[in-house]
Design a protein. Structure first.
Length: 406
C-alpha cells in the first residue's frame, strides 16, 4: 500500500530517525514503482545519509532514468552535488544532522562523466541541476560544453546557470561567455551578464559608463544587476554615481525597487561616508529605527536566492520550524500563500522582530486584564476588538481589547 510505505518512510527519515532502517529506505529507490514526492524525497535523503559509493550510484541511476518523475530526478542530482559535503540539515524536514565530509576527488572521479552526459538531456529542470552539480563538484573538464550551452541552448535559465558555472570554475571561456550573455535576446541572460561584467578585461571607467547607462535606461531587473556590479568596482570610479543615486533616493526620484540593491552596492564599497548617508536617508522612510534599517529590503531581491536561504541556509534554518509544501517543520505556521495573507511590511516585521506579531495557534501570550487577573494561553485569533486564547483543554476564551492593560 503506497500510503503505508510513505508513512513508514516518514517514520524512518524524519525527526530523530530510525538509523538502522535508513539503508533499506535508500534501497527502495531502486525497486519502488511508487512516484509520490514525499516518499521519493525521503529515499533520496536516505541515500545521501548512508553515503556509500553504491548509494551514489543509486542516485545517479535514478537521475538518468527517463521514466522517473522529472523533479525527483533533479532532486537526485541536487543531492549528488552535495555528496562531498552534505548540509548539516536534513534535506526533507530541516532537522540538524551534523557535519559530514567525503573525499571530493573520489566523488569527481565517479560522477564527472555521468554528469557531463546528462547535460544533453532534454529535460530543462534536470539540466539546470546538472549544471549546478558540475559547478559545486568542480568538474572543470565540462567548461567547453558550458560555453556551448551559453551560446546556443534554447532555455534562458540554463544559459544563465551555465554562465555562472563557468565563472565559478574559472574557465578560460569565461570572458567569451559574458560577452555572449550581454548581447543575448533574453533579459534574464543579459542581467546575469551584467552581474559578471567585472570578469571582462575592460577599463573601469568604461565599465562605470556602461553600468550608468543601464541604470538610467534599462528594465528594473537590469538596473538591479548593474547596481550590484557597480558596487564591486573601486570607489574611485563608483563613488560619485552611487552618491548621486542616494541623492535621488532622498529626493524621492529613485524607484523603491532599487533601494535594496543600492544598499548592497554601497556596503560592497566599504565607504563609511556612503554608508552613513544611505542610513540617514533610509531612516526617514520608516516609522522606527529597526524597520528603517531593513526598509530597503521591502522591494527588489531575488526569489531564487530566497528559496535557497529557506531550504538550504545552515545559519537561518528556516525550514526547521516552517514548512513549504511537504518540506520543513511544524513548530511555526506553513508558509504556502503567506504573501496573500499579510503585507510585505508584516513579513519583514516577522523576520526582524518575530514576537511582535504571532501567527494564530503558534504563540503563547500572557495578558494582564483591568480587573487584575492574568490570563496565559495560545493566541488563536487577533481581531480589531478582541483576542481569542486557547487555555489547555478548556473552551477558547474571548478577551475584549478594552479589558486589557498589557
Amino acid at each position: 500500500d503506497e500510503f503505508v510505505v510513505t508513512e513508514t518512510a516518514r517514520a524512518i527519515n524524519d525527526d530523530l530517525s530510525i538509523k538502522d532502517a535508513l539503508p533499506a529506505l535508500a534501497d527502495l529507490l531502486k525497486t519502488t514503482s511508487f512516484k509520490n514526492e514525499p516518499l521519493i524525497r525521503r529515499a533520496i535523503s536516505a541515500n545521501i545519509r548512508v553515503g556509500t559509493e553504491a548509494n551514489m550510484s543509486t542516485l545517479a541511476l535514478y537521475a538518468n532514468t527517463e521514466s522517473n518523475p522529472r523533479m525527483m530526478r533533479a532532486e537526485a542530482v541536487d543531492a549528488l552535488s552535495t555528496w562531498a559535503k552534505p548540509s548539516v540539515l536534513d534535506r526533507v524536514d530541516g532537522r540538524l544532522r551534523g557535519p559530514v565530509t567525503r573525499d571530493l576527488a573520489m566523488v569527481q572521479g565517479k560522477l564527472s562523466q555521468p554528469l557531463m552526459q546528462m547535460l544533453a538531456n532534454k529535460d530543462s529542470a534536470l539540466r539546470i541541476s546538472v549544471v549546478k552539480a558540475i559547478s559545486k563538484l568542480e568538474v572543470k573538464q565540462a567548461t567547453p560544453q558550458l560555453l556551448a550551452i551559453v551560446k546556443t541552448d534554447r532555455e534562458p535559465s540554463i544559459r544563465v546557470q551555465s554562465l555562472r558555472a563557468l565563472v565559478a570554475l574559472q574557465g578560460a571561456e569565461t570572458e567569451a561567455a559574458v560577452k555572449s550573455a550581454l548581447t543575448d535576446k533574453e533579459k534574464t541572460v543579459r542581467v546575469a551578464g551584467l552581474d559578471l561584467l567585472q570578469k571582462m578585461n575592460i577599463g573601469k571607467d568604461l565599465m562605470v559608463t556602461l553600468l550608468n547607462d543601464v541604470i538610467a535606461t534599462k528594465t528594473v531587473e537590469e538596473k538591479q544587476a548593474a547596481l550590484l556590479t557597480l558596487g564591486k568596482i573601486p570607489l574611485q570610479q563608483s563613488g560619485k554615481p552611487l552618491n548621486d543615486l542616494v541623492n535621488k533616493m532622498a529626493a524621492g526620484s529613485l524607484s523603491p525597487d532599487l533601494y535594496l540593491e543600492l544598499g548592497e552596492a554601497i556596503d560592497s564599497t566599504g565607504s563609511a561616508d556612503l554608508k552613513t548617508r544611505f542610513k540617514e536617508v533610509s531612516a526617514k522612510l520608516s516609522p522606527d529605527e529597526l524597520t528603517a534599517s531593513y526598509a530597503s529590503s521591502l522591494m527588489g531581491g531575488d526569489p531564487n536566492r530566497g528559496r535557497n536561504v529557506f531550504f538550504r541556509n545552515q545559519q537561518a534554518q528556516c525550514m526547521k520550524c516552517h514548512a513549504y509544501d511537504d518540506r520543513g517543520g511544524n513548530a511555526g505556521p506553513r508558509l504556502n500563500g503567506v504573501a496573500l495573507r499579510i503585507s510585505r511590511e508584516q513579513i519583514l516585521q516577522s523576520l526582524i522582530a518575530p514576537s511582535a506579531m504571532l501567527a494564530p495557534g503558534f504563540g503563547m501570550v500572557s495578558i494582564e486584564k483591568k480587573d487584575g487577573k492574568t490570563v496565559s494561553g495560545i493566541l488563536m485569533e487577533d481581531t480589531k476588538t478582541s483576542l481569542v486564547l486557547k487555555l489547555g483543554d478548556q473552551p477558547n476564551q474571548v478577551i475584549a481589547k478594552t479589558d486589557i492593560v498589557k
